[in-house]
Design a protein around this ligand. Sequence first.
Ligand SMILES: Nc1ncnc2c1ncn2[C@@H]1O[C@H](COP(=O)(O)OP(=O)(O)OP(=O)(O)O)[C@@H](O)[C@H]1O
Ligand SMILES: [Mg+2]
Length: 261
Amino acid sequence: MALPDGKQAMSRLLSFLMTVLRLHRVEVDREEGVVRKKRTRMGVVIVWAGNGYARLAKERVRVLTIPRWHHREAMIYEHLYQSPLQTLSNGTLVMKWMGISVKGLLTSQERGPLFRLDLAREVSRSLSELHGMQFDGHAVSHADASMTNVVYDESNGKTAWIDFELVHTPALSTEERHADDLRAMMFTYLSFLPEPERPKAVHAMIQAYSPQPALLQAFSNQIRDPKLRRDAYHRAQVRLSDSDHQKITGLLVKEIGTFAG
Ligand SMILES: Nc1ncnc2c1ncn2[C@@H]1O[C@H](COP(=O)(O)OP(=O)(O)OP(=O)(O)O)[C@@H](O)[C@H]1O
Ligand SMILES: [Mg+2]
């Protein structure tokens, strides 16, 4: 069903704002091995307005308020990376530097196809590890599993997911939340790959995650749903032409069929 024109326009505007406006000031200090992150005043206003719109438009995610974001980020860092976070009195989070952004690695084109294939596998494996974790009595989902939010540690070849200020709405089931993360991960990773490399990467990522049948079904439903593609949230995450989006959807549908069969 087509969205009303007004909502389409609003969704386009919001996704544009989400990509150009910065909610946070992030300082990466490689010498000290830390990252400092603070929500800006403008960020607080944008989050308030954005969450209001998200409620009205029934978007699938919300941005956490500062105390809830700090709490969630600290719990996940401690559990997954055994790395406690520090919160300064001015609201700055100080966390361990975990590696180079995967988006940066893929766009720099310094590495070859074999590295990109191994990286695809590792990114997917680490997402499935994150999904195995419980927080507040629920299985964790990332809610913005795009390539700006996963980093690669060259010293051990592992990837780590970062940036936990978004949450999926509680109305979504665990499978729907995890499927949404799989969607964001797949589409954003594949969008940075040359087209001939995509089929092998899709195969490697599905194998490395190894989804259960219920999750595979939810994933299959989501990638075929044209309405979800028009969400402001989805538009901001996945910036692909319609034809590229369709090609990747086709690859995923084919791979899901092979994996399920
Ligand atoms: N712990 C970390 N280790 C290594 N790099 C980090 C870390 N935290 C943040 N970064 C770097 O800073 C960038 C921005 O950080 P983050 O994603 O937390 O902020 P953001 O405001 O949500 O930005 P974006 O909207 O681009 O996702 C990341 O893409 C990554 O390159
Ligand atoms: Mg981020």
